[in-house]
Design a protein around this ligand. Sequence first.
Ligand code: SAM
Ligand code: SF4
Length: 548
Amino acid sequence: MGKTFDIGLERLTGAGVSGPVSGPDVSEGAGMEASATVGASIEEKNRTLKTAGCGTHGLEGETFYLETFGCQMNDHDSEKVAGVLLARGYRQVETPEAAKVILYNTCSIREKAAQKVFSRLGELRPVEEAERKWIEDNGAGLKRADREIGVPGVEDAEQWAGRVKTRRLQSAGKIIGVLGCVAQQEGEGIFERAPWVSLVCGSASYRKLPQLIAELEAGNRRVTGLDTDTDETFETEITRRDNPFRAYLTIIEGCDKACSYCVVPFTRGPERSRASASILEEVRQLAEAGYSEVQLLGQTVNSYADPTPISKGRKMRFSELLAAVAEVRGIRRVRFTTSHPRDFGKDIVEAIEAHPTICDHVHLPVQSGSTAVLRAMARTYTREEYLEKIALMKAAKRPISITTDMIVGFPGETERDFEETLSLLDEVQYDSVFAFKYSPRPNTPSLKMADAIPEEEKGRRLAILMDRQREIQRVRNERTVGETFEVLVDGKSRRENQWSGHTSSNRVVNFASPEQELLGDYVQVKVVSAMPNSLVGEMVGRVEFGNQ
Ligand code: SAM
Ligand code: SF4
């Protein structure tokens, strides 16, 4: 199994397989995806993508650096952006210093994430600009000015000057681009804040990227792709996939839900679904290339609406698409995220019941346990309606692991509302929770809402929520001791004989085995001990699949 898998991956992704076993912890926003990191060196990816036969269009030797912030959808967008550039003959490099084109694929879901991007841009300020400011501000003053753009960790002017020399000297003459949500949100304002940026492109305009880069190559100083009124999805001929074990596939872009705190409808545009026939064709290619696990992505993945009829005017519902993906030969695991409670119905649970290849895990963000807060958030369901969806899953023929997102400190959230959120944790018994302090975002209705909660109070509520959930996870995970799970091995520790992987329910399992090569294999692991965010086990066998 391992061998065939590697050969397939070379064809499609160029990724090799090695990575440490991670030590997951519970922290803000943590919990569900505390996975081991995997992946090949960038040189290996470049090399194998070339062997995949991408055209070079005479740009052999040009280099790009791409850094990604944010969610899985951003990670996957970056895979597609990398595919587009590699297909044009660019080569990916590991540092901004070594690159001709420097790209940041950004996230603006919370303020902290957006700030990070401006910190990065600050590091790239060109040397002439930096020197002008140096003279203007005379050392210590400069420190202050520099903080405006957010250069992190600058202790004193001397240290700052050292960084100017090493990094900024090299940034002159490069193409610097901001992609994704911050690009869409700040638009041309980025050119004012960081005049050394020459490309600003939101995710709804990624199809235009090759054209925008060509315009810069032809001598244009600044280019933008900021339309959101598109009905297109970002499909590329080749996607350079970074995760050799789990292939991500966006099936629906954008969001129409308009939750009052959320920037996504502004930054990613309206909902656009990809044709089911095209999705299924890509899944078949992925299976042929050696992938056995696919994850269907969308901000509201279960709001999928097939744009083209498959036969006699019939379009696929999301649950039908799930089933069709699950039936593709070679596919052993199908995941999907994120589901919106409003569009979550019995048909999805039935699809999970009917197809063992659809993973027994549903991520169903609730955001709050209080109906009053849910109403203020414009989430379109009450606590009771949400609990009805949970009941559907709890009644399923096989256990389904349930995870969620929660926001604490939404404007007007009373102590009583917060207590209701805590009681929801107790009632649902989630396997993992991503919890966030409410972060006011530009353009969102909640920005103007009264009764803002002080940061300190948000922090207090977050800590209480996380403590409560950690205890729930500890108890739930402890119940698995003695059970045996099927695990897809996706990480190898530097420590001898230590491996890690994920169960169908997306639990992280660290386990011991003296085997030499297990990456990409499915094995049986018996749990011997448990922590709140991961299980520890020992391998008790391999999983053999007959011809599907
Ligand atoms: N579409 C998904 C849904 O409806 O649940 C969520 C997508 S969003 C990228 C991921 C999570 O970020 C949300 O579920 C929410 O918990 C959190 N989030 C979004 N906006 C936020 C804000 N302004 N402050 C704090 N957390 C926020
Ligand atoms: Fe944001 Fe709500 Fe859309 Fe999720 S459903 S992306 S939280 S607007």
